[in-house]
Design a protein around this ligand. Structure first.
Ligand code: PLP
Length: 411
């Protein structure tokens, strides 16, 4: 397995050459990532040449529609879904909200829904609202010492009445990668649906939704090197059962039925650029080796995971060695059991003060609860001040980490 060519990677992202953004060591990737030039070019092309309603006969409209379809088809291939199993909506929060409204019709009062307190609120609030319709909400709680979700606690909550389990694939605070495949298997033993939140997972490697065997899976495309959109995957046989959330006359037009208002055209079309970026990564690192899109993604995922582990472990080690810093989650990454999404607090300093000092030293970071406020409450952290989160992706370098460690040493 070759090593990720970080110079090649960074050369694809104009932000690293832009005078405004290039001065920062960027550690706010879990908030939203930079985009490669392919995405910018695709967006520019759509806005310049094909900014008309798509799918009419004249060429500009036909090309706009073709690019939108290409984006859906490529993303379906990248995550091993059918192209009629993905919805590109405004955001993950919006997609979950629409999904929960639709699923409600399959439930009856007394049915049970399990949510966690490790998740971002997007995969909690939409499900908790079902309590207004008589469903019982149960909470799978983290271990407050380790911040991890433990399978034994889920087993204690599951029952014949369980209909939905909503759980994150990776926490945007703890960074832990939950074993979604095993969780899905367990949930299916109870004939319940599993809804995975992949927002903090997908930027570190696009998942294989069929292998995970999840019923629904969501992630935010603005964190996976694209524009501000959200992707929702749903198994076709379940999507077919869900009532139409779109215009009445669009009945049966699955999965469009779960995308009221439709996708944002220009942003959808520039997702082709994300696909192009990932296939270019494959070609650069594995020249001449032919394989399917999904196999290419798997190989690139491995390159990325190795690089992320290599840059994140020294930072985790440093944070863990500081007696005045409380690191949340695992203290090292081993075999992709953790994402390089690293949150911490410091004794005798608020997270606000700490993040301001880091920003002054050239580190782009912030303090917040990052809408995982139930998780912070469970950990006894002030939800207004929150944590400092330093999140990396594959374009972060050893230099970034060195700069952050030096800044923390000064502080
Ligand atoms: C883990 C996780 N889930 C869900 C969301 C919500 O995503 P969106 O902003 O697309 O609604 C976020 C956003 O930060 C997140 O980090």
């Amino acid at each position: 397995m070759p090593k990720l060519d970080i110079d090649y990677v960074r050369a694809q992202f104009p932000a690293f050459k832009d005078p405004l953004s290039a001065k920062w060591s960027f550690f706010e990737n879990a908030g939203g990532s930079y985009v490669p030039s392919n995405v910018i070019e695709r967006l520019n092309h759509f806005m310049t040449s094909t900014k008309v309603q798509p799918y009419a006969e004249f060429d500009t409209s036909a090309i706009a529609g073709e690019n939108m379809d290409k984006a859906t088809n490529y993303f379906a291939e990248m995550i091993n879904a059918g192209n009629d199993e993905i919805i590109i909506g405004g955001s993950t929060t919006m997609n979950m909200y629409v999904l929960s409204n639709a699923i409600r019709s399959l439930l009856k009062p007394g049915d049970e829904v399990i949510v966690t307190n490790q998740d971002h609120e997007a995969n909690v609030g939409a499900w908790r609202r079902l309590a207004d319709h008589g469903m019982i909400i149960k909470e799978w709680q983290i271990n407050s010492e380790t911040a991890e979700l433990e399978i034994k606690d889920l087993k204690a909550l599951l029952s014949k009445k369980t209909k939905i389990v909503a759980v994150t694939h990776c926490s945007n605070i703890v960074g832990s990668i939950n074993d979604l495949k095993s969780i899905a298997k367990l949930v299916h033993e109870y004939d319940a649906f599993i809804v995975g939140d992949g927002v903090s997972y997908a930027p570190h490697g696009f998942p294989d939704v069929k292998d995970l065997d999840v019923d629904f899976y969501a992630f935010s495309l603005y964190k996976t090197y694209g524009p501000h959109l959200g992707l929702l995957y749903g198994k076709k046989e379940i999507l077919n059962q869900l009532p139409n959330q779109n215009h009445e006359f669009l009945e049966g037009d699955v999965p469009y039925t779960l995308n009221p208002g439709g996708p944002n055209h220009e942003e959808l079309s520039c997702l082709v650029g994300v696909y192009e970026y990932f296939t270019s990564l494959y070609k650069h690192h594995f020249p001449g080796e032919k394989c399917s899109v999904r196999e290419q993604i798997q190989k690139v995922n491995e390159l990325i995971a190795n690089h992320e582990q290599e840059i994140a472990n020294p930072l985790l080690e440093y944070l863990n060695s500081r007696s005045d810093i409380k690191l949340i989650g695992k203290t090292s990454i081993n075999n992709k059991d953790r994402a390089p999404t690293i949150a911490f607090t410091m004794d005798n300093k608020s997270s606000k003060e700490l993040s301001s000092e880091l920003v002054k030293l050239g580190i782009a970071t912030r303090n917040d609860n990052f809408y995982a406020w139930r998780c912070l409450m469970a950990l006894g952290i002030d939800v207004d001040d929150g944590v400092v989160r330093t999140s990396m992706v594959h374009y972060n370098s050893h230099d970034d980490v060195e700069k952050l460690i030096n800044a923390l040493k000064k502080i």
